[in-house]
Design a protein around this ligand. Sequence first.
Ligand code: ATP
Ligand code: MG
Length: 398
Amino acid sequence: MKVPGADAIIVRHGDIGVKTSRVQSWMEQTLAENLDAMLSARSIEGTVEQHWGRLFIRTPAPHSAARAAADVFGVVSASPARSVQPQMAAISKTLADVAEKTYDRGSFAVDARRAGDHEFTSQDVGRIGGEAIWEAVADQFDPEVDLDDPDHTFAVEVRDTEAFVFRGRIDGPGGLPIGTQEPLVALISGGIDSPVAAWLAMKRGAPIIPLYFDLGEYGGADHRARAVDTVRTIAASAPGQDWQLRVADIGSTLESICNRIGDTRMLSVRRLMLRAAGEIAAKTGAEGIVTGESIGQKSSQTVTNLHVTDRITDWPVHRPLLAFDKQEIIARARSIGTYETATVDTGCNRIAPDNPETAAPIDRVEGAEPAAFEEWAREAAAEVDILQVEPKFEPNST
Ligand code: ATP
Ligand code: MG
């Protein structure tokens, strides 16, 4: 809900608030930097202020700034607000003005919060502010107060040196500010699952080093373009990061794998990817690997096969989608904005054998891999191309 005369954004966070004070202030500082980066990336004017427990943005463009803030990891909600002196008369006058411009009919309530030293309580704000709203609109409408389930809520947040009047909240993604964890190498295929997995790791504060394996003729014509496009979309959630996509060409290695390995081939392809990802993690200072796998989604993702896959690497493999159903993943992909691209048909050639193994014994998987297998993975990692990726914003987000 728009607030006439809004000149500020109230930015709320969640999990940061339960940290020790030293960690909290460092995380709030990181959040402030990320908010600033989001505003500049979208060319929105604004100055971010860090206060204990809250951040504020002063801006001449409150409604686009609030939408931008609500796209930043760590933000639980953002509200465009009008700032006023922390005095009862000024608050009532502003409430009356906002009500005149935004109330039409139905019930209303004042939701007041207060922190600091004032000559009035939050109950006073509710009562006196409610009367001011009533007087402002009673001539024209027949207002009714309903504190339990109002049609209109007028919110007031009073702080030491300032008060804010606002009308609603835009939900953010929650999580932790990106950059408050160490980076992770994210395996991104451009399909539905992997961009969502990478996004969820970012949501918990970990910057992502995206890694795409070019499957050569097994990938189909648009396979790489699809991966680049999904990385651009998730990059828009953290435009302050340096977004470099690493591309490892494994087309000819896949041909060798398909020629030499039978039923356990898919697992060896996964193992090759994880082994190469570990090399990249070591080189880039990452602390682990992220994939879009989910228990039982396909034969290579049974718990037994995930175990066999992990045996190729010492690196921790994080699987944020472990317990997600496909429909839940699709819903996430739609809200993140990667779904459309992920469903473009790339004419991908199937690598999977006719009867893929659902519970492959490790000895058989390892036994089928040639002696040079780990060397192939090292070579793939050594020859990555690095593409600089520009964040891609939704058309109406700037
Ligand atoms: P997605 O929809 O994410 O592509 P999927 O359901 O098709 O995954 P698989 O093809 O078995 O599942 O891949 C499992 C995971 O392995 C993917 O989520 C991704 O993290 C990684 N992966 C698969 N193919 C590639 C690739 N070409 N490049 C990078 N990572 C890949
Ligand atoms: Mg998929």
